[in-house]
Write a protein that binds this ligand. Structure first.
Ligand code: R5P
Length: 311
């Protein structure tokens, strides 16, 4: 069965990088849009192939999500033997439960739509919640970039550092970084007030005299990092801080918020296209190698164990 890589419009550079790491060129795709905004993507040369559709669902999220669904269906109907959705950044993962009456469970809706559109399996990278696997209508491989990010950090992270989880949800992630970097861990309890504002309240762990390495799955508006920095500096942590996250959404006030902080390094991967006009000490780690490795192993029926997140 031939291997094929298909890409939508969300992150063309990543699609080409993944394909070229596999010694392929992406399968030809058309991307049409009707005047009312309706999408009409098309794909060629997937008959009988083991197809990997690479599409992170970053902003504009709805557009990229619908395009992904249509591409999966196009591959399925185009006679692909097997179709895997490779979604390095998986939007809606934060909606894995109802926090108020009258809400949907967005993660489940998206997962069911992916499986219903022809995805035989799904690959994601450091998704916000491991609960995705349980909610999905098809198998999910939860890849992780954390060892690669930690490897970069180990070359620049301060010896007198402390890994900080900026909320309770990131505490296992922080333990993983702490183990890889050989640093102690502190945890902050955070309350989300709105999509762009949070309040950091309680700090568990010792940070006085230490340089914080704040880790998270994503930086969106940077409200979480901003609130964590305030708590850490108030408790005697030493700036400038290091911030690391797999997904650099960096939307809305992120640039302004981060620019106002004493930052030594902001490390993210290229799971999403680069954000322009950021005046930050930003370092971007490529993940095409990780994705290509996972695709090769799945194609050959080999285990992915050492590439998977175990949180
Ligand atoms: C939420 O729990 C996530 O892990 C991140 O902490 C959050 O999404 C980051 O968002 P923001 O940068 O807007 O605070």
């Amino acid at each position: 069965m031939a291997l094929a890589v298909v890409g939508g419009s969300a992150h063309p550079a990543l699609v080409v990088a993944v394909a070229s790491a596999l010694d392929l060129t992406p399968a030809p795709c058309r991307s049409e849009q009707f005047p009312d905004g309706e999408l009409r993507p098309g794909v060629e040369d997937v008959q009988g192939a083991d197809v990997y559709v690479v599409q992170p669902t970053g902003s504009p999220t709805s557009h990229h999500l619908v395009e992904l669904l249509l591409l999966l269906d196009a591959c399925h109907r185009g006679g692909a033997d097997r179709v895997t959705a490779v979604v390095p950044y998986f939007a809606y993962a934060r909606q894995d439960r109802r926090t108020r009456a009258g809400e949907s469970i967005g993660a489940r809706v998206v997962l069911q739509a992916l499986a219903g559109s022809g995805a035989d399996a799904l690959m994601v990278v450091d998704a916000h919640t491991p609960a995705l696997e349980a909610m999905s209508g098809c198998p999910v491989e939860m890849l992780t970039a954390v060892p690669r990010l930690a490897d970069v950090l180990s070359r620049s992270a301060p010896e007198v550092g402390v890994v900080v989880a900026p909320d309770l949800g990131a505490s296992k992630l922080a333990q993983r970084y702490g183990a890889l970097l050989g640093l102690p861990v502190a945890v902050i309890a955070k309350t989300r007030l709105s999509g762009a504002t949070v309040r950091a309240e309680v700090l568990v762990g010792e940070v006085a005299g230490l340089v914080p390495v704040v880790v998270d799955d994503m930086i969106s508006t940077a409200g979480t990092v901003e609130a964590a920095a305030a708590v850490l500096l108030a408790h005697g942590a030493v700036g400038p801080l290091v911030v690391a996250a797999t997904h650099g959404l960096l939307v809305g006030p992120a640039d302004r918020r981060l620019s106002a902080l004493p930052l030594r390094q902001v490390l993210v991967t290229d799971s999403l296209p680069p954000v322009k006009a950021l005046s930050l000490p930003l370092q971007v780690l490529p993940i095409a190698g990780l994705l290509a490795d996972a695709i090769t192993r799945r194609h050959r029926g080999q285990p992915l164990d050492d590439l998977l997140a175990r949180l």
